[in-house]
Write a protein that binds this ligand. Structure first.
Ligand code: CDP
Ligand code: CDP
Length: 220
């Protein structure tokens, strides 16, 4: 639509989406957007203000009052909530435990999907999440669904000391009504269970080339 390229990287928790997307962002010179950060930011604010994350009406009301700003700094995306960058707090145990409830609220999804789409008005983007290929940019031909065995994913999260139940989030994210986690039409599945980071990135590049991505023109 805008003439800009969007690459969609979706998949369950800890499958390696961010790791792959970050490396591709550097290699291809595309702005990298982690859409999960936006859902985490709304959740962080909800929890901080003592709002019940499992009450959709209360979450929608809190969202109305929040000033969520998204931007770009080089190839990275930036985000503030009421002027504050929550930083590492976005990956707290508490945010991990509540984010799937907040992300199931239709008003939250509508607002964040609009913010996500607006990136494409200014730049080429590689965006990772759950519904990027299915709901945010359904028309892009460049879609990868990164998967890995649940035990591998849980193990990789624990290896960095994060307290999280990845299967619990996957179940909630797959079963919600609005834009659930699924393999988007046209997406290619990349099984990251047996890969190293290096070979996973190579496999992702190979898929994008097969999907018709023109690397030289991107870097031009
Ligand atoms: O990095 P990790 O896989 O642990 O999660 P994330 O990408 O930061 O996403 C955190 C949560 O946000 C997910 O469990 C979903 O509930 C929600 N999310 C979503 O609903 N849609 C997206 N496009 C991205 C994240
Ligand atoms: O974004 P998502 O939640 O899907 O995953 P991530 O934040 O990229 O975390 C994946 C973790 O597994 C990171 O600690 C990676 O270093 C590690 N890893 C990987 O991503 N890919 C491999 N082939 C092997 C390990």
């Amino acid at each position: 639509n805008s003439g800009h390229v969007a690459i969609a990287i979706d998949g369950p928790a800890a499958s390696g989406k961010s790791t792959i997307a970050r490396e591709l962002s550097k290699r291809l010179g595309l702005v990298m957007v982690n859409s999960g950060t936006m859902y985490r930011a709304v959740t962080w604010k909800v929890v901080k203000d003592g709002i019940d994350a499992e009450n959709p009406a209360a979450v929608a009301e809190a969202l109305e009052k929040m000033n969520l700003q998204c931007g770009v700094d080089g190839l990275d995306s930036t985000l503030t909530v009421d002027g504050i960058d929550p930083g590492e707090e976005l990956r707290s145990q508490e945010v991990n435990a509540h984010v799937s409830h907040v992300a199931a609220v239709p008003e939250v999804r509508r607002h964040l999907v609009d913010l996500q789409r607006s990136y494409l008005q200014h730049s080429d983007v590689i965006m990772e999440g759950r519904d990027i290929g299915s709901a945010v940019f359904p028309d892009t031909p460049y879609k990868i669904y990164v998967d890995a065995d649940p035990s591998v994913r849980q193990g990789r999260r624990e290896a960095i000391g994060e307290i999280d139940s990845v299967t619990d989030r996957d179940r909630k994210d797959s079963q919600r009504e609005t834009d659930p986690l699924k393999v988007a039409d046209g997406a290619r599945v990349l099984d990251n269970s047996g890969h190293t980071v290096e070979t996973a990135v190579e496999a992702a590049l190979e898929i994008l080339i097969q999907q018709g991505l023109d690397l030289p023109s991107l870097n031009a």
